[in-house]
Design a protein around this ligand. Structure first.
Ligand SMILES: [Zn+2]
Ligand SMILES: [Zn+2]
Length: 332
């Protein structure tokens, strides 16, 4: 084989190495700052991250016993890409959200303060937790529904749906802007119900365990619990690239919203292939880029490219588009 013809150009490799060095140096500087100046903050976030990661070995073990796709390897296609997204979004959660929570609260206080339930102080903690979980989940369902139905938002959500071999880390494969908006939305119920930060973090961690579980390559519909919760089977239908599964199963924790609003797909048995058919999306399995970092940058730029330079892409149908040609594949 002519090695020279398949290798990326020297300038591209240099650019990739430069970007990688920049990110590693930046991460190292931030880590040193946190360790030296804000050691307590750093240790707290590290502990939270480790708690979030705790169930992963058990979920991976379960996928070896009951795989949705038996041919899928542990080191599946796009796994490293998902891993980068997972830690990038996790780092954002751990650092930025905590730092900006004061700013968010003052925004809430000024513009949304009327939503605060003043009598909540006398409520039992279980009632506050349950209500917070339901309100958060409904807002997440609504936000997810909008991301599929509004063509502009779908371009950003494409990143999440592009994975063809779903795994536990696909859970945080999100476009950065989409992730920030989703995070801002879930602050509202926490402030409405005056939840302590630790309680809100506790809820967030339990939700994360659940969502990591149903993104894994796991063959389960949780039996009768599927009538209440989102399952690996129902979420696989959501990620399916088959047109008949389009725009169904938007739930994040509970499946009750989809059942209530008629968006639950009746299939509770099959485990279809996942991904999108949009050939213009810079999917890591298809592009010539050799590093997960350059892929992440290309995928982050992708929706902006589609919006501002539509001529540079084609066949980027949104599932919200009503009249799709019969020959056009689903992109969700
Ligand atoms: Zn979706
Ligand atoms: Zn998903």
């Amino acid at each position: 084989m002519n090695r020279q013809s398949t290798s990326p150009s020297t300038s591209r490799v240099a650019l990739q190495l430069g970007l990688l060095a920049l990110v590693i140096t930046g991460g190292f500087v931030v880590a040193c700052y946190l360790w030296l100046v804000r050691r307590e903050f750093f240790v707290d976030r590290l502990v939270l991250m480790l708690i979030v990661l705790t169930p992963i070995p058990f979920i991976v073990l379960a996928t070896r016993i009951w795989p949705a796709q038996p041919d899928q390897r542990i080191f599946s296609k796009g796994l490293w890409q998902d891993l980068l997204y997972f830690f990038a979004m996790g780092a954002f959660d751990a650092i930025a959200i905590a730092w900006f929570s004061g700013l968010l609260y003052s925004f809430y206080d000024n513009f949304l303060g009327f939503l605060t339930i003043m009598s909540v102080a006398v409520w039992p903690i279980a009632a506050r937790l349950a209500l917070s979980l339901f309100v958060t989940d409904f807002l997440n369902w609504l936000h997810h529904y909008v991301r599929h139905k509004v063509a502009l938002f779908w371009k950003f959500h494409t990143v999440h749906h592009s994975q063809t071999e779903m795994n536990v880390f696909t859970d945080l494969r999100y476009h950065f802007l989409e992730y920030v908006i989703a995070k801002l939305i879930i602050f509202i119920p926490a402030y409405m119900l005056q939840l302590e930060p630790l309680t809100a973090f506790g809820i967030a961690i339990v939700i994360r365990w659940h969502t990591m579980g149903y993104h894994a390559n796991l063959r389960s519909n949780y039996g009768p619990l599927r009538y209440i919760f989102v399952t690996p089977q129902s979420h696989r239908i959501h990620h399916s690239h088959q047109i008949e599964h389009s725009d169904k199963n938007f739930g994040v924790v509970f499946s009750i919203w989809d059942r209530l609003f008629g968006t639950q797909h009746p299939d509770s048995k099959s485990y279809p292939d996942t991904g999108i058919d949009d050939q213009t999306f810079p999917l890591e399995q298809r592009t010539a880029a050799t590093s997960v970092l350059t892929n992440l940058i290309a995928q982050t730029i992708y929706p902006l490219r589609v919006i501002f330079y539509p001529a540079s892409t084609s066949s980027t149908k949104s599932p919200g588009d009503e009249q799709a040609p019969a020959t056009q594949s689903r992109t969700a």
